[in-house]
Design a protein around this ligand. Structure first.
Ligand code: HEM
Length: 477
């Protein structure tokens, strides 16, 4: 009786702060989350409890934020800079590296990576932007040539080629060297990164109930995760070694060179160690490749389904470029192209559960209280599919991002990269890649589905929401 009364009192106390569903002791709401699409379960709860609600995942108190204005305010606070304690994330990243690092390390590495990206031209304001643009163009050109060489009009699964394009771009950016077309390391890396991100879903029960690791099915998952992580680390150690051995350290800017120069400047430093270099590259490489590959695959699928959008983009490219090749100065004038890219990023949010943060102190904001120790989950899917803000959200309509003057306009409720001091550091380079890609592809091909049955847009969810593998037809324009 006493135990039952205590549990009931606890349940009532837990509900004190914000609305939200009833949670079971110990497991919270985990049993009700759809294991294949937790973002859909959480979005359904928005309809019932509103865009800010409270839920328990395991023993962890979680505030789900599906209101863009409040989310921005919450993420702007220094008290929400930390990452949430999650068993799987912590066992892989150990609070080192960058994306899941502890605050002191993160502050230093954020500055270091920002400087590095500026130096190599992968930032909006950089004297070397042209170098980075040329490098991305080279990779996109290679993609175009390979598609051409496979023969027009035949069904082609683009996943492997897109993976090569992005892996090679990331390697050029961070290690100053592209991958050759038949380099087996690319598929090996991509396969293991995919396995890793599939297992690492933020809503995975193991993140909240570490004791599950003793049960055979979870034990197996954990072993697979560790194997995938170890394999990615091994390949990257090999790549760093190759970079150190080759002349790339003398010739170009790259991450190893920039990091090693910090190592020699700060000899007694505990941050600039070899271990940290490996972890930093691991984080950057995964953050770059997994999200961008997924974005490009969604872009191809949506373009294939909407040939009228392809034509409009082609017309805009003809009009703006006047026969010249795409230059950074043109980006600003490609209003329809940017709107189409934004619409694809909205309708199939690459990170539907966002990347969670953590309240390291009590937060009081606009009458809202988020207690210290709460995980903050930015439910980007619900924000992007909110019918009150994005009318008929399931309809693919790039025009919703065009204002009355015919210019691209980004509403407050469009946050694919989140916001605040910890927002995606790769936003500029991701935008460069997607724009150069869409221009390169549509200047050369018309893309279509293989048959009139159309394409599957359901996607499968790990840390990212990926399109299911399917073939497309590329024809000459
Ligand atoms: C379309 C592509 C991309 C999307 C949708 C995306 C989205 C995101 C999101 C939502 C976050 C979480 C921000 C937060 O915690 O508040 C993030 C963080 C991050 N992204 Fe991206 N990203 C993309 C591409 C890239 C690229 C190309 C890079 C490589 C430079 C990158 C590097 C990172 C890193 C390192 C973080 C962690 C930042 C930190 O903790 O300070 N991302 N990204």
């Amino acid at each position: 009786m006493i135990i039952v009364i205590l549990l009931l009192v606890k349940i009532v106390l837990d509900k004190k702060y914000l609305p939200g569903p009833w949670n079971l002791p110990v497991i919270g709401y985990l049993h009700r989350l759809d294991p294949t699409a937790p973002y859909l379960t959480l979005t359904k709860l928005v309809q019932k409890y509103g865009p800010i609600y409270n839920i328990k995942l395991g023993m962890l108190n979680v505030v789900v934020l599906a209101d863009a204005r409040i989310l921005k305010k919450v993420l702007a606070k220094d008290e929400t800079l930390e990452r949430s304690p999650l068993y799987l994330m912590d066992s892989v990243f150990e609070r080192k590296g960058f994306a899941h690092a502890n605050i002191d390390l993160w502050k230093d590495q954020r500055k270091f990576v920002s400087n590095f990206l500026r130096e190599v031209g992968a930032a909006r304001v950089s004297p070397n932007r042209k170098t980075c643009e040329t490098m991305i163009k080279k990779h996109v050109d290679e993609f175009v040539q390979v598609v051409k060489s496979q023969g027009f009009g035949k069904p082609l699964g683009p996943s492997e080629l897109v993976t090569h394009l992005i892996s090679s771009t990331a390697n050029s950016l961070f290690l100053g060297k592209p991958f050759s077309l038949n380099d087996k390391k690319v598929t090996d890396l991509a396969r293991n990164i995919r396995a890793f991100t599939e297992l690492l879903m933020f809503g995975a029960p193991l993140n909240f109930l570490p004791f599950l690791r003793f049960l055979p099915q979870y034990k197996k998952k954990l072993t697979l995760l560790k194997q995938a992580v170890d394999r990615v680390r091994d390949i990257q150690a090999q790549l760093i070694h190759e970079c150190e051995k080759s002349t790339c350290l003398d010739s170009q800017s790259n991450l190893v060179k920039a990091f090693q120069s910090q190592m020699s400047e700060t000899k007694s430093d505990h941050i600039y160690t070899l271990d940290q270099l490996h972890r930093l590259l691991f984080d950057l490489y995964i953050a770059f490749t997994e999200t961008t590959i997924t974005s490009l695959l969604w872009i191809l699928l949506y373009l294939a389904q909407h040939v009228e959008v392809q034509s409009k983009i082609r017309q805009e490219l003809l009009w703006v470029l006047q026969g010249e090749s795409l230059d950074l100065g043109d980006f600003e004038n490609l209003h329809y192209t940017k709107a189409a890219l934004a619409e694809i990023a909205r309708i199939r949010t690459v990170l539907p559960l966002g990347v969670p943060h953590y309240a390291s102190e009590n937060i009081y904001l606009d009458g809202l209280t988020i207690p210290k120790g709460t995980m903050i989950m930015p439910l980007l899917w619900a924000i992007h599919m909110d019918p009150k803000v994005h009318k008929d959200p399931e309809e693919f309509r790039p025009e919703r991002f065009i204002d009355s003057d015919g210019k691209f306009s980004k509403p407050e409720s469009f946050l694919p990269f989140q916001s605040g001091k910890r927002m995606c550091i790769g936003e500029d380079v991701a935008n460069m890649v997607t724009t150069i890609f869409i221009a390169g592809v549509l200047q050369n091909f018309r893309i279509e589905p293989v048959n009139s049955l159309g394409l599957d847009f359901t996607g499968s969810c790990g840390a990212t929401l990926n399109p299911k593998p399917q073939k497309l037809i590329f024809t000459k324009i």
